[in-house]
Design a protein around this ligand. Structure first.
Ligand SMILES: Cc1cc2nc3c(=O)[nH]c(=O)nc-3n(C[C@H](O)[C@H](O)[C@H](O)COP(=O)(O)OP(=O)(O)OC[C@H]3O[C@@H](n4cnc5c(N)ncnc54)[C@H](O)[C@@H]3O)c2cc1C
Length: 400
């Protein structure tokens, strides 16, 4: 039976580990952090991500993991409702759902730890990759421990150290925004529906939603041409000034509960090659995703399913043929890359639409003045664009 080392216990690494050990493959999962409670982890899952969890037999875990489904999306321009779409959008479909990632990751690791083939190594960053005869043959940890493996899977996220060590080049795609993240108390939130609000006022905009553990979360789009210094402004006032009156009132009366903003730098890109002999990169390590329309975790789960389909037949043989493992690695890229390219294009289009409104006083005036006339058209156009962002582009089925 093969020995696999997975670097990084985010959504990619944790689910990959569980799929492999459930099929008798020996896995060591190395995670730099001591626990999963890092400052920020995205948590929106689209129907495609929920479907991937179901295929992996993990949807039942949600019963014990904090989560909240959305009831609707609302788009507000200059304080006025542009359009609203109810969830679930697809008849008989699943609504977009926020899931507490730290709790989900913990639950996955707990399940994995019931298998003797699994070793979890938290609090140990991988420092280096080991090579033997032109092939990656393991990893070296910060402590100096060396772990040899028949295959190394790098799931170490957007700043992947393994990617750099392996000499794989990340082509970054254009990205004009970073995100400032805030949380605030929701105990007296006036809304019974759980709505994801997209709010634009002049050139400022943000998204607001009630997250998996009940707090309100705000992602503020930070632009290089902003005419204010985000570190030195009164954020309760800034958020209030960008909001319709009912929300402005809420921000002002809850100003004490608004957390300091956390700057989340957004990297978007793709590697030309997802593997070299002995090493496969998956998830954000090979295609860091923009946060727009919650795609990264969904894409990570779908990478994992496709990788397992190709790898398991060769990893669970009693006699391991390394050349066969290396031969299937490019096929994983071949199957996954078209979807990743398309989803990154769709995310860019979503940003471009918002930027068009942000950069044109005339368009904003027109949209606000003629809302009733244009509402059906822009709503229909938004819905058309969401189909692949919600359901994925290609057919992904776990068949091992
Ligand atoms: C602001 C923002 C909001 C987002 N919101 C969403 C959302 O709502 N929904 C969604 O689907 N996606 C969202 N994303 C994207 C999503 O967070 C990522 O696409 C997803 O987390 C990728 O999963 P991953 O497992 O590949 O990488 P990560 O989640 O980054 O996990 C990588 C893991 O590797 C570990 N690691 C790193 N280096 C080492 C090392 N040297 N040794 C050992 N371990 C290491 C890290 O500690 C980490 O646990 C968002 C992204 C941003 C920036």
């Amino acid at each position: 039976m093969a020995q696999v080392v997975i670097v990084g216990a985010g959504p990619t690494g944790a689910t990959m580990a569980l799929l492999l050990i459930k099929r008798g493959i020996h896995v060591k999962l190395v995670e730099a952090s001591r626990d999963f409670k890092r400052l920020f982890r995205g948590e929106g899952l689209m129907p495609s991500g929920l479907n991937a969890l179901k295929q992996m037999g993990l949807l039942e875990l949600l019963a014990d993991v904090p989560h909240q489904s959305f009831d609707a999306w609302e788009f507000l321009l200059s304080g006025k409702l542009l359009f609203k779409v109810k969830e679930p959008i697809e008849p008989n479909g699943r609504p977009c759902t926020t899931v507490s990632q730290p709790h989900l990751l913990e639950a996955i690791i707990k399940q994995a730890e019931t298998y003797s083939e699994f070793e979890f190594i938290p609090g140990e960053p991988v420092r280096d990759i080991l090579r033997s005869e032109e092939r990656v043959s393991g990893v070296k940890l910060g402590s100096g421990r060396e772990i040899t493996a028949d295959l190394v899977i790098a799931a170490d996220g957007r700043n992947s150290m393994i990617r750099k060590q392996a000499g794989l080049n990340l082509t970054q795609l254009q990205n004009n925004i970073d995100i400032l993240w805030f949380k605030l108390d929701s105990s007296s939130w006036p809304k019974s529906e759980n709505i994801f609000y997209s709010i634009l006022q002049e050139r400022d905009g943000f998204g607001l939603f009630r997250a998996s553990e009940g707090q309100l979360h705000i992602g503020w789009g930070l632009h290089s041409d902003d005419n204010f210094d985000w570190r030195h402004i009164d954020w309760a006032e800034k958020l209030a000034a960008t909001s319709p009156s009912w929300l402005a009132e809420y921000f002002r009366s809850h100003r004490e509960t608004i957390t300091q903003p956390l700057l989340l730098s957004v990297i978007v890109g793709r590697c030309d090659r997802w593997s070299i002999p002995g090493l496969l990169l998956l998830g954000d390590a090979v295609h860091p995703m923009s946060p727009i329309r919650a795609q990264g975790i969904n894409m990570a789960f779908r990478d994992v399913i496709v990788a397992a389909n190709y790898l398991v037949p060769w990893l669970n043989k009693s006699e391991i043929d390394l050349s066969q493992i290396d031969a299937v690695l490019p096929q994983i890229q071949q199957e996954r890359e078209p979807e990743i390219i398309r989803i990154q294009q769709l995310q860019a289009q979503e940003i471009a639409q918002a930027e068009k409104l942000r950069n044109s006083t005339f368009l904003r005036w027109g949209a606000k003045t003629f809302t009733l006339i244009i509402r059906p058209g822009i709503r229909a156009s938004w819905l058309r664009r969401q189909k692949q962002l919600r359901q994925g582009v290609t057919q992904v089925s776990l068949n091992i």
